[in-house]
Design a protein around this ligand. Structure first.
Ligand code: AQP
Length: 332
């Protein structure tokens, strides 16, 4: 029996953080043996806001190396860079033509990101259509992402269904796969905001390649609340705040501990001790990733990425051909 296809991408827009790992990459690693997986560095998404070209080139390699360092085996899963398969951009245009403007203007990520720009590039608005194209190009059934991408996945399904009803069954309608824990890791300095690569502030995110002593310090300085110790009781006079829930969530997502184990380990623990345990867990989890990264970044990464796009190219070409044919665009 053929395996169902999985697709997901990560933007080379900064340094990957533990939110990207727990929300997405950890699930990539888990899924790779049971599905036909394609994991992509989505560089065409990165340029929706200005990127310094030399830095962007370096970040593409950094993300690809981190995929492998985190446990993705390029012999099992396909690793590739989005811009090396022209079908992404081509299908992106074809799907743009069936996507109502109002659908894009409603996207919360567009509203957030455009509010921070002086000039809003049209690519920023169109970004979710390109993301839909990335997924539909490979007829992926499952898309593992963090919770912040749920709205874009909903839009992907809407675009696929609209196309299918206009032109006949063409695209697989994909399902979103969120991790059980770590679907939305929050900033350490401000637990009301999602941990983000592009956020400023040294205490906000833990980078996967952060110096481990610095990473621990960031956790020790994380925002908590005015309670002295962990209290899981939701009916407590002062229920625990978002910062403490975030730290517990990070620990649980890294360790895989059950809810009962979390209660047993943390109930009544003072916040200082909670932070020490979380800091240890994070450092212990990042250490092997960093060691592997140092090997991979100086290895045959470009060869791996080229082999990945070569392997997947026939699938992309066939979807573009079929889409053009369905739409009546010249496709001899
Ligand atoms: N804080 C988060 N918690 C859980 N998952 C997260 N992801 C991102 N932030 C968190 C997931 O990581 C994958 C790759 O994200 P991306 O690079 O495609 O872009 P993003 O979602 O916009 O991530 P960032 O870190 O916030 O980047 P910038 O600042 O550049 O926009 C996705 O699956 C995402 O859900």
């Amino acid at each position: 029996m053929t395996k169902a296809r999985v697709f997901s991408g990560v933007q080379p827009t900064g340094h990957l953080h533990i939110g990207n790992y727990l929300g997405a990459i950890q699930n990539f690693v888990r899924l790779q043996h049971d599905y036909e997986c394609i994991f992509c560095v989505v560089d065409l998404h990165a340029v929706t806001v200005y990127q310094e070209p030399a830095e962007l080139r370096a970040k593409i390699r950094e993300i690809a190396a981190l995929f492998i360092a985190c446990g993705i085996d390029p012999k099992v899963a396909t690793l590739m860079v989005q811009s090396s398969v022209s079908g992404h951009a081509e299908l992106g245009w074809l799907l743009t033509c069936v996507t109502p403007l109002g659908w894009l203007e409603r996207m919360t990520q567009y509203k957030d990101k455009s509010a921070k720009q002086e000039t809003i590039g049209s690519g920023l608005l169109n970004y979710p259509v390109l993301m839909a194209a990335d997924i539909l190009l490979y007829q992926a059934k499952i898309v593992p992402v963090g919770d912040d991408q749920s709205q874009h996945l909903e839009l992907t399904r809407d675009i696929a269904q609209r196309f299918n009803s206009l032109y006949g069954d063409t695209f697989t309608v994909p399902a979103t796969k969120l991790p059980t824990h770590g679907a939305r890791v929050m900033g350490l300095d401000d637990p009301e905001k999602k941990m983000s690569k592009s956020a400023t502030g040294t205490g906000h995110a833990i980078g996967l390649l952060d110096d481990l002593a610095q990473a621990k310090k960031k956790i020790m300085r994380a925002t908590t609340d005015s309670n002295p110790a962990v209290d899981f009781d939701p009916g407590a006079k002062n229920p625990m705040g978002a910062g403490v829930r975030n730290l517990l969530g990070i620990y649980q997502a890294f360790s895989g501990a059950s809810n009962d184990e979390m209660q047993a380990q943390f109930a009544g623990l003072r916040y200082g001790d909670l932070k020490k345990k979380v800091a240890e867990m994070v450092a212990q989890s990042l250490e092997p990733i960093q060691a592997r990264y140092r090997e991979v970044i100086s290895g045959n990464l470009d060869e791996i990425l080229r082999a990945g796009s070569d392997r997947i190219l026939p699938v992309a070409n066939e979807t573009v051909r079929l889409t053009k044919e369905r739409m009546g665009v010249y496709a001899p």
